[in-house]
Design a protein around this ligand. Structure first.
Ligand SMILES: [Zn+2]
Length: 294
Protein backbone atom coordinates (compact mmCIF):
# COMPACT_ATOMS: atom_id res chain seq x y z
CA UNK A 1 0.00 0.00 0.00
CA UNK A 2 1.41 3.36 -0.97
CA UNK A 3 2.11 5.75 1.87
CA UNK A 4 2.61 9.46 1.51
CA UNK A 5 5.30 11.59 3.06
CA UNK A 6 2.92 12.86 5.74
CA UNK A 7 2.39 9.29 6.89
CA UNK A 8 6.11 8.60 6.90
CA UNK A 9 6.66 11.75 8.95
CA UNK A 10 4.15 10.50 11.51
CA UNK A 11 6.39 7.49 12.13
CA UNK A 12 8.43 9.19 14.79
CA UNK A 13 10.79 6.58 16.30
CA UNK A 14 10.86 8.51 19.58
CA UNK A 15 7.30 7.36 20.13
CA UNK A 16 8.42 3.73 20.02
CA UNK A 17 9.29 3.31 23.69
CA UNK A 18 6.20 4.55 25.45
CA UNK A 19 4.54 1.37 26.64
CA UNK A 20 3.36 -0.14 29.88
CA UNK A 21 4.46 -2.80 32.24
CA UNK A 22 2.33 -5.73 30.94
CA UNK A 23 0.32 -6.28 34.13
CA UNK A 24 -0.55 -2.59 34.60
CA UNK A 25 -1.24 -2.40 30.89
CA UNK A 26 -3.71 -5.28 30.96
CA UNK A 27 -5.63 -3.57 33.78
CA UNK A 28 -5.68 -0.23 31.99
CA UNK A 29 -6.77 -1.94 28.77
CA UNK A 30 -9.59 -3.80 30.53
CA UNK A 31 -10.79 -0.57 32.17
CA UNK A 32 -10.83 1.30 28.86
CA UNK A 33 -12.68 -1.55 27.13
CA UNK A 34 -15.22 -1.98 29.94
CA UNK A 35 -16.17 1.69 29.74
CA UNK A 36 -16.41 1.97 25.95
CA UNK A 37 -19.74 2.32 24.12
CA UNK A 38 -18.26 1.21 20.81
CA UNK A 39 -15.22 -0.68 19.62
CA UNK A 40 -12.88 -0.44 16.66
CA UNK A 41 -10.69 -3.50 16.09
CA UNK A 42 -7.66 -3.02 13.85
CA UNK A 43 -5.35 -5.84 12.83
CA UNK A 44 -2.17 -6.66 10.95
CA UNK A 45 -0.23 -9.82 10.18
CA UNK A 46 0.61 -10.52 13.85
CA UNK A 47 -3.07 -11.34 14.49
CA UNK A 48 -2.85 -14.50 12.38
CA UNK A 49 0.37 -15.87 13.88
CA UNK A 50 -1.46 -17.28 16.92
CA UNK A 51 -3.79 -19.18 14.57
CA UNK A 52 -0.68 -20.85 13.14
CA UNK A 53 -0.45 -18.74 9.98
CA UNK A 54 3.09 -18.13 8.68
CA UNK A 55 4.91 -14.96 9.63
CA UNK A 56 6.16 -13.21 6.50
CA UNK A 57 8.43 -10.98 8.58
CA UNK A 58 11.84 -10.84 6.90
CA UNK A 59 13.08 -13.09 4.12
CA UNK A 60 14.07 -15.88 6.52
CA UNK A 61 10.60 -16.05 8.05
CA UNK A 62 9.09 -16.20 4.59
CA UNK A 63 11.44 -18.88 3.28
CA UNK A 64 10.85 -21.01 6.35
CA UNK A 65 7.19 -21.17 5.34
CA UNK A 66 7.92 -21.47 1.60
CA UNK A 67 11.24 -23.35 1.18
CA UNK A 68 11.14 -23.75 -2.64
CA UNK A 69 11.30 -19.96 -3.05
CA UNK A 70 14.55 -19.81 -1.08
CA UNK A 71 16.29 -21.83 -3.83
CA UNK A 72 15.00 -19.37 -6.41
CA UNK A 73 15.98 -16.37 -4.24
CA UNK A 74 12.40 -15.06 -4.44
CA UNK A 75 11.19 -12.99 -1.48
CA UNK A 76 7.62 -12.23 -0.40
CA UNK A 77 7.88 -8.82 -2.06
CA UNK A 78 9.14 -10.44 -5.30
CA UNK A 79 6.21 -12.88 -5.33
CA UNK A 80 3.50 -10.42 -4.32
CA UNK A 81 3.69 -8.86 -7.76
CA UNK A 82 0.95 -8.95 -10.39
CA UNK A 83 3.54 -9.50 -13.14
CA UNK A 84 3.80 -13.23 -12.30
CA UNK A 85 0.25 -13.83 -13.54
CA UNK A 86 1.53 -12.89 -17.05
CA UNK A 87 5.07 -14.27 -16.81
CA UNK A 88 4.51 -17.53 -14.91
CA UNK A 89 0.84 -18.13 -13.95
CA UNK A 90 1.58 -21.51 -12.36
CA UNK A 91 4.12 -19.89 -10.03
CA UNK A 92 1.72 -17.04 -9.20
CA UNK A 93 -1.16 -19.41 -8.49
CA UNK A 94 1.16 -21.75 -6.60
CA UNK A 95 1.84 -18.98 -4.12
CA UNK A 96 -1.71 -17.62 -3.85
CA UNK A 97 -3.43 -20.99 -4.25
CA UNK A 98 -1.46 -22.43 -1.35
CA UNK A 99 -2.43 -19.48 0.84
CA UNK A 100 -6.08 -19.71 -0.24
CA UNK A 101 -6.26 -23.34 0.84
CA UNK A 102 -4.33 -22.60 4.06
CA UNK A 103 -6.66 -19.75 5.07
CA UNK A 104 -9.70 -21.91 4.32
CA UNK A 105 -8.43 -24.61 6.68
CA UNK A 106 -7.31 -22.28 9.48
CA UNK A 107 -9.22 -22.32 12.75
CA UNK A 108 -9.17 -18.81 14.24
CA UNK A 109 -7.61 -18.53 17.71
CA UNK A 110 -9.63 -17.70 20.83
CA UNK A 111 -8.51 -14.04 20.76
CA UNK A 112 -11.06 -13.55 17.97
CA UNK A 113 -13.81 -14.89 20.29
CA UNK A 114 -12.74 -12.44 23.00
CA UNK A 115 -12.95 -9.56 20.51
CA UNK A 116 -16.42 -10.72 19.42
CA UNK A 117 -17.63 -10.79 23.04
CA UNK A 118 -16.17 -7.31 23.69
CA UNK A 119 -17.78 -6.03 20.49
CA UNK A 120 -21.13 -7.54 21.49
CA UNK A 121 -20.97 -5.87 24.90
CA UNK A 122 -19.97 -2.50 23.45
CA UNK A 123 -22.97 -2.55 21.09
CA UNK A 124 -21.33 -1.07 18.01
CA UNK A 125 -18.12 -2.21 16.39
CA UNK A 126 -16.06 -2.18 13.22
CA UNK A 127 -12.96 -4.05 12.01
CA UNK A 128 -10.13 -2.57 9.93
CA UNK A 129 -7.59 -5.17 8.80
CA UNK A 130 -4.68 -5.34 6.38
CA UNK A 131 -4.96 -9.13 6.34
CA UNK A 132 -6.32 -10.70 3.17
CA UNK A 133 -7.14 -14.02 4.85
CA UNK A 134 -10.82 -13.48 5.70
CA UNK A 135 -10.26 -14.62 9.29
CA UNK A 136 -12.57 -12.01 10.88
CA UNK A 137 -15.48 -13.24 8.73
CA UNK A 138 -14.60 -16.83 9.65
CA UNK A 139 -14.64 -15.85 13.32
CA UNK A 140 -18.20 -14.53 12.97
CA UNK A 141 -17.72 -10.78 12.53
CA UNK A 142 -20.36 -9.38 10.14
CA UNK A 143 -19.04 -8.83 6.62
CA UNK A 144 -20.62 -5.36 6.40
CA UNK A 145 -18.58 -4.12 9.38
CA UNK A 146 -15.12 -5.00 8.08
CA UNK A 147 -12.61 -3.09 5.95
CA UNK A 148 -9.99 -5.24 4.23
CA UNK A 149 -7.67 -2.44 3.15
CA UNK A 150 -5.45 -4.71 1.04
CA UNK A 151 -8.35 -6.71 -0.41
CA UNK A 152 -9.22 -10.38 0.10
CA UNK A 153 -7.92 -13.68 -1.23
CA UNK A 154 -11.48 -15.02 -1.18
CA UNK A 155 -12.48 -12.73 -4.05
CA UNK A 156 -11.07 -12.88 -7.59
CA UNK A 157 -10.92 -10.51 -10.55
CA UNK A 158 -10.57 -11.11 -14.29
CA UNK A 159 -7.18 -10.30 -15.83
CA UNK A 160 -8.96 -9.61 -19.12
CA UNK A 161 -11.00 -6.71 -17.70
CA UNK A 162 -14.17 -8.09 -19.31
CA UNK A 163 -16.35 -6.12 -16.94
CA UNK A 164 -17.47 -8.96 -14.70
CA UNK A 165 -16.25 -7.18 -11.57
CA UNK A 166 -15.26 -9.29 -8.59
CA UNK A 167 -16.38 -12.88 -8.12
CA UNK A 168 -15.95 -15.33 -5.24
CA UNK A 169 -12.92 -17.62 -5.17
CA UNK A 170 -15.15 -20.67 -5.40
CA UNK A 171 -12.36 -22.81 -6.77
CA UNK A 172 -9.91 -25.39 -5.49
CA UNK A 173 -6.31 -24.77 -6.52
CA UNK A 174 -4.11 -27.85 -6.78
CA UNK A 175 -0.59 -26.91 -5.65
CA UNK A 176 2.40 -29.26 -5.89
CA UNK A 177 3.78 -29.21 -2.33
CA UNK A 178 7.36 -29.84 -3.49
CA UNK A 179 7.62 -27.04 -6.06
CA UNK A 180 4.78 -24.74 -4.86
CA UNK A 181 3.62 -24.56 -8.47
CA UNK A 182 -0.09 -24.80 -9.23
CA UNK A 183 -1.26 -27.58 -11.48
CA UNK A 184 -3.74 -26.65 -14.24
CA UNK A 185 -6.55 -25.89 -14.53
CA UNK A 186 -5.90 -22.48 -12.96
CA UNK A 187 -8.77 -20.23 -11.79
CA UNK A 188 -10.46 -18.48 -14.69
CA UNK A 189 -13.07 -15.80 -15.21
CA UNK A 190 -16.53 -17.45 -15.37
CA UNK A 191 -17.65 -14.93 -18.01
CA UNK A 192 -14.78 -14.74 -20.55
CA UNK A 193 -12.43 -17.58 -19.55
CA UNK A 194 -9.36 -15.35 -19.08
CA UNK A 195 -7.01 -16.16 -16.19
CA UNK A 196 -8.23 -14.80 -12.85
CA UNK A 197 -6.16 -13.31 -10.01
CA UNK A 198 -6.90 -12.70 -6.33
CA UNK A 199 -8.38 -9.34 -5.41
CA UNK A 200 -5.33 -8.57 -3.28
CA UNK A 201 -3.43 -5.30 -3.52
CA UNK A 202 0.08 -6.41 -4.50
CA UNK A 203 3.27 -4.36 -4.84
CA UNK A 204 3.33 -2.08 -7.90
CA UNK A 205 -0.25 -3.13 -8.61
CA UNK A 206 -1.94 -0.80 -11.10
CA UNK A 207 -4.54 -3.44 -12.00
CA UNK A 208 -6.08 -4.04 -8.57
CA UNK A 209 -9.87 -3.64 -8.54
CA UNK A 210 -10.43 -1.52 -5.43
CA UNK A 211 -14.23 -1.26 -5.68
CA UNK A 212 -15.02 -3.74 -2.88
CA UNK A 213 -12.51 -2.15 -0.50
CA UNK A 214 -13.84 1.32 -1.43
CA UNK A 215 -17.38 0.24 -0.47
CA UNK A 216 -16.05 -1.14 2.82
CA UNK A 217 -14.15 2.12 3.44
CA UNK A 218 -17.31 4.12 2.82
CA UNK A 219 -19.14 2.15 5.53
CA UNK A 220 -16.12 2.61 7.82
CA UNK A 221 -16.23 6.40 7.36
CA UNK A 222 -19.92 6.35 8.31
CA UNK A 223 -19.02 4.36 11.45
CA UNK A 224 -16.31 6.89 12.40
CA UNK A 225 -18.69 9.81 11.80
CA UNK A 226 -21.38 8.35 14.03
CA UNK A 227 -19.38 6.45 16.67
CA UNK A 228 -19.76 7.77 20.23
CA UNK A 229 -17.01 9.71 21.99
CA UNK A 230 -14.69 7.39 23.87
CA UNK A 231 -14.87 4.56 21.32
CA UNK A 232 -12.07 2.17 22.22
CA UNK A 233 -9.55 1.04 19.61
CA UNK A 234 -7.91 -2.38 20.01
CA UNK A 235 -5.04 -2.92 17.59
CA UNK A 236 -3.57 -6.42 17.18
CA UNK A 237 -0.25 -7.27 15.56
CA UNK A 238 0.12 -4.31 13.19
CA UNK A 239 3.72 -3.44 12.36
CA UNK A 240 5.26 -0.16 11.28
CA UNK A 241 6.82 -1.41 8.00
CA UNK A 242 3.57 -0.67 6.17
CA UNK A 243 1.99 1.72 8.68
CA UNK A 244 -1.57 1.94 7.30
CA UNK A 245 -3.18 0.05 10.18
CA UNK A 246 -1.22 1.78 12.96
CA UNK A 247 -2.02 5.21 11.53
CA UNK A 248 -5.70 4.31 11.18
CA UNK A 249 -5.76 3.24 14.85
CA UNK A 250 -4.03 6.40 16.07
CA UNK A 251 -6.21 8.74 14.00
CA UNK A 252 -9.42 6.99 15.06
CA UNK A 253 -8.47 7.07 18.76
CA UNK A 254 -7.53 10.76 18.51
CA UNK A 255 -10.66 11.66 16.53
CA UNK A 256 -13.04 9.75 18.81
CA UNK A 257 -11.32 10.65 22.08
CA UNK A 258 -10.94 6.99 22.98
CA UNK A 259 -8.12 4.83 24.29
CA UNK A 260 -5.89 2.95 21.88
CA UNK A 261 -4.88 -0.49 23.16
CA UNK A 262 -1.91 -1.52 21.01
CA UNK A 263 -1.03 -5.22 21.27
CA UNK A 264 2.29 -5.85 19.59
CA UNK A 265 5.17 -8.14 20.60
CA UNK A 266 7.91 -6.05 19.00
CA UNK A 267 6.49 -2.55 18.53
CA UNK A 268 4.09 -1.73 21.38
CA UNK A 269 4.91 2.00 21.51
CA UNK A 270 1.92 4.38 21.45
CA UNK A 271 1.29 8.11 21.47
CA UNK A 272 1.17 9.43 25.08
CA UNK A 273 -1.82 8.42 27.20
CA UNK A 274 -2.60 5.18 25.39
CA UNK A 275 -1.87 1.55 26.31
CA UNK A 276 0.87 -0.54 24.67
CA UNK A 277 1.08 -4.25 25.43
CA UNK A 278 4.29 -6.05 24.35
CA UNK A 279 2.55 -9.40 23.89
CA UNK A 280 0.95 -11.66 21.33
CA UNK A 281 -2.72 -11.03 20.48
CA UNK A 282 -4.11 -14.29 21.86
CA UNK A 283 -2.23 -13.94 25.15
CA UNK A 284 -3.15 -10.28 25.70
CA UNK A 285 -6.81 -10.72 24.75
CA UNK A 286 -7.21 -13.80 26.94
CA UNK A 287 -5.80 -11.91 29.93
CA UNK A 288 -7.97 -8.86 29.25
CA UNK A 289 -10.98 -11.19 28.99
CA UNK A 290 -10.31 -12.79 32.36
CA UNK A 291 -10.28 -9.33 34.00
CA UNK A 292 -13.48 -8.30 32.20
CA UNK A 293 -15.37 -11.41 33.28
CA UNK A 294 -14.45 -11.02 36.94
ZN1 LIG B 1 -13.47 -12.01 -17.73
Amino acid sequence: MATGSAEQAALDPRRGRDHDHPVDGIERAAEAIAGAKALLVTAGAGMGVDSGLPDFRGDEGFWKAYPPFREKGLTFVDLASPGWFDDDPELAWGFYGHRLELYRRTVTHCGFDVLRRIAGRAGRSFVFTSNVDGQFQRAGFPDDSIVECHGSIHHLQCLGDCGIGLFPAAVAVDVDPASFRARPPLPRCPRCGTLARPNILMFGDGGWDGTRTAEQSHRFRRFLETAPRGTCVIECGAGSAIPTVRLTSERAAAGLGGTLVRINVREPGTPPGHVGLPMGAKDALTRIDSLLSR
